[in-house]
Write a protein that binds this ligand. Structure first.
Ligand code: PLP
Length: 374
């Protein structure tokens, strides 16, 4: 049996005609830049994320940069974030001219440790970027309290977490000063190319974001500040508008698939070797990824075993950001963030997408069982 890590084709087949019609309408309108579909998508996504404003942009990476620029984070500023995330989180900080300050993760959720984030705040800190990794919201309360007391902005990296809620029922992207989303094709809500979005509850921030994404000029050829070009493509907006009404059903299916994996892993007696994702009480984890922890000494052999048996798998993220060559000048060294480094050695993702079948999941767990009990 073959079980891909992600199968986008199944989703596409169900929506093929609708998507083609939507793209055809954009083509006929000849409005390719910030067209009607972008405006409508922004209001639909503001409603969906329960933020007051949503501003589309070119990618999730740009969403982070736009948010930082909108909060005047630049040269001389420090931004506290996690080293266990996709590169773009810290890349945006450096692109803004600021300095990433890493703090370690909380090992059960792989999200930034809120107490460590609070302790890392200095008089130079301008922002904190908690990442809602794999689709579960980071614990924000302690960070929000400490940040607001110091005038520090909280920018949620919600690239992997559209529709996630924390234990208090708050929605990803609507809690901090801004939320940054990615619609990279493999995301739970995926475009047919690059696309991103920033959410905020502050009208002035939304206005500034709209200006920053068009070179910092609210009116054509008049520039109040220097922004850059990061507009949301109308074709991408049209695709996302077709998909958005299905997102809750897809998320529900992902959550059921995750429960099934966790049950099967337990029933197979694998709990000693395989630690399923930890879901915080009352949280709505949207399972962008289903990532398990296994002993570091067996992880790479397990990867190979899964691949050889037709099971898609991947390590997110094998090298924490503090150990990336491009950040050598920040002065971090191995051992600085033991939990992030351990997660990089011990985790791997199992196939996760809404259309995954029971038979496929049983096969994945049986393949795990054969590895550990052979
Ligand atoms: C946590 C995180 N932040 C930022 C990004 C950047 O998004 P994009 O690829 O749309 O630029 C991604 C996704 O790729 C991500 O997973």
């Amino acid at each position: 049996m073959q079980v891909p890590l992600l199968d986008l084709k199944r989703q596409h087949l169900n929506l093929r005609d609708e998507l083609r019609a939507a793209l055809g309408r954009v083509l006929d309108s000849q409005q390719f830049i910030l067209g009607e579909d972008v405006r409508l998508l922004e209001s639909e996504l503001a409603r969906y994320t329960r933020a007051l404003y949503a501003v589309g942009c070119g990618s999730g990476s740009d969403a982070l940069l736009l948010a930082l620029l909108a909060f005047d984070v630049g040269a001389g500023a420090e931004v506290v974030t996690t080293p266990f995330t996709f590169f773009a989180t810290a890349g945006a900080v450096v692109r803004a001219g600021a300095r990433p300050v890493f703090v370690d993760i909380e090992p059960r959720t792989y999200n930034i440790d809120p107490a460590r984030a609070r302790e890392a705040l200095t008089e130079r800190t301008r922002a904190v970027i908690p990442v809602h990794l794999y689709g579960q919201m980071a614990e924000l309360d302690e960070m929000l309290r400490a940040a607001s007391a110091r005038g520090v902005r909280v920018v949620e990296d919600a690239a992997q977490a559209i529709g996630a809620e924390d234990g208090k029922g708050r929605s990803a992207g609507a809690v901090g000063d801004a939320g940054c989303f990615s619609f990279y094709p493999t995301k739970n809500l995926g475009a047919a190319g690059e696309a991103g979005l920033v959410t905020t509850n502050d009208a002035a921030v939304a206005e500034r974001l709209r200006r920053l994404r068009v070179h910092g000029g609210a009116t054509e050829y008049h520039h109040e500040e220097v922004g850059f070009n990061s507009r949301l493509d109308t074709f991408q907006a049209a695709v996302l508008r077709v998909k958005l009404p299905h997102l809750d059903a897809w998320t529900g299916a992902r959550r059921e698939r995750a429960e099934t994996y966790t049950r099967l892993i337990d029933e197979a007696g694998l709990s000693e070797f395989v630690t399923p994702p930890h879901v915080l009480p009352g949280a709505r984890h949207i399972f962008h990824q289903y990532v398990v922890r296994v002993p570091a000494t067996r992880r790479d052999a397990l990867l190979e075993h899964l691949k050889q048996n037709g099971v898609g798998t991947k390590v997110y993220y094998p090298v924490p950001l503090h150990l990336q060559p491009c950040f050598a000048d920040l002065g971090y060294k191995e051992g600085d963030f033991p939990e992030s480094e351990r997660a990089a050695r011990e985790t791997l993702a199992l196939p996760m997408f809404p259309e995954l079948t029971d038979a496929q999941q049983e096969y994945v767990v049986e393949t795990l069982r054969r590895f550990f009990f052979a």
